[in-house]
Design a protein around this ligand. Structure first.
Ligand SMILES: Nc1nc2c(ncn2[C@@H]2O[C@H](COP(=O)(O)OP(=O)(O)OP(=O)(O)O)[C@@H](O)[C@H]2O)c(=O)[nH]1
Ligand SMILES: [Mg+2]
Length: 298
């Protein structure tokens, strides 16, 4: 497992070389397959994926390396109008990633109609003057779909990785010749606390319904990273007691499932045994707790 460690990066500066380098932002409506694409491209799980819209809250930085390029990908959360402090912070994450990028990949789900959400994205793209490549997703589910392809329009499937090479070649034409920003064995800039909390959050999303997934946040309080075991103390916070009861429902069977799935996935990602202590607490109105939200996004 490789994570961002500034001292290690500095000690490896001789490894940095000139390539086609820069930031690429992936935007699109919820559930279009942005996170799945990133994980498939870099062969690692850096961004959690579920079938629940608006899974990604914080922009996730994944680093793709090949022989002549280093592409730093932002997996952006969905932008929407809202007065809640949490949503305002999510929107800031998304617009910031767009401004820093050399090119934007605009994901469109071939399995769903766009309606006005798609028009909203188009109006945003018009405002920022950065090149945009349209990427139609999930074509394995729509093999007969007719999309007129050109240099700014692609179609992909993240399940069988079709058109990945062509898309990446096109992205490279927008990048600059620059010193690589990370050593080649780095694939994410997220710290361990964030990665663990995201994996647990994914399991809550996959096992709960309606308003429950969006009502929670996960806090990792303590990590003890030993050679052969990773000890983790973590809490799931809900907004209300009734949501908490749903998660600890039936004498703990749902939380037991979330716990088990989290532990197994953590063991896969971190490649060692994991001891996970996981409890559920209520924290009312956390989405409007400015101090907490600022800490989450810092
Ligand atoms: N069949 C198929 N399913 C896909 C593909 N890409 C993504 N999916 C599925 O679509 C769902 C949403 O994928 P995500 O990657 O979480 O979508 P997202 O755009 O990151 O969603 P948000 O984080 O909510 O904005 C998941 O259930 C994925 O398994 C694909 O190429 N083919
Ligand atoms: Mg996502």
């Amino acid at each position: 497992m490789k994570e961002l460690d500034l001292n290690e990066i500095l000690s490896k500066t001789q490894d940095l070389k000139e390539k086609k380098v820069w930031y690429v932002a992936i935007i699109g409506r919820p559930n279009t397959g942005k996170s799945t694409f990133i994980n498939a491209l870099i062969w690692r799980k850096v961004s959690i994926t579920t079938n629940v819209p608006q899974t990604t809250r914080k922009r996730i930085l994944a680093i793709y390396n090949d022989i002549d390029s280093q592409i730093i990908l932002f997996d952006t959360p969905w932008i929407h109008d809202s007065q809640k402090i949490l949503n305002k912070e999510i929107n800031k994450e998304a617009t910031n990633s767009m401004k820093e990028a050399s090119v934007i990949l605009y994901f469109i789900d071939t399995t769903r109609d766009g309606w006005e959400e798609e028009n909203y994205i188009k109006s945003l793209i018009k405002e920022i003057k950065i090149p945009v490549i349209k990427v139609y997703t999930k074509i394995d589910l729509k093999p007969k779909i007719n999309i007129p392809l050109n240099e700014n329009t692609f179609k992909i499937s993240s399940i069988d990785k079709t058109w990945f090479i062509e898309l990446i070649s096109r992205v490279k034409t927008h990048l600059k010749n620059w010193m690589t920003l990370y050593p080649e064995d780095y694939y994410t800039s997220q710290d361990m606390f964030f990665r663990i909390s995201e994996i647990i959050r994914e399991k809550v999303f996959l096992n709960t319904k309606e308003e429950v997934p969006h009502s929670i946040f996960v806090s990792v309080e303590e990590i003890e990273d030993k050679e052969d075991i990773l000890n983790i103390i973590s809490y799931i916070y809900t907004e209300t007691d009734s949501q908490r009861f749903i998660i600890i429902w039936k004498a703990g069977s749902l939380i037991a499932k979330i716990w088990k799935e989290s532990r197994l996935d953590l063991e896969k990602v971190f490649e060692k045994k994991v001891f996970l202590s996981l409890r559920v607490k209520t924290r009312e109105k956390w989405k409007n707790d400015e101090k907490l939200i600022k800490k989450m996004f810092e």
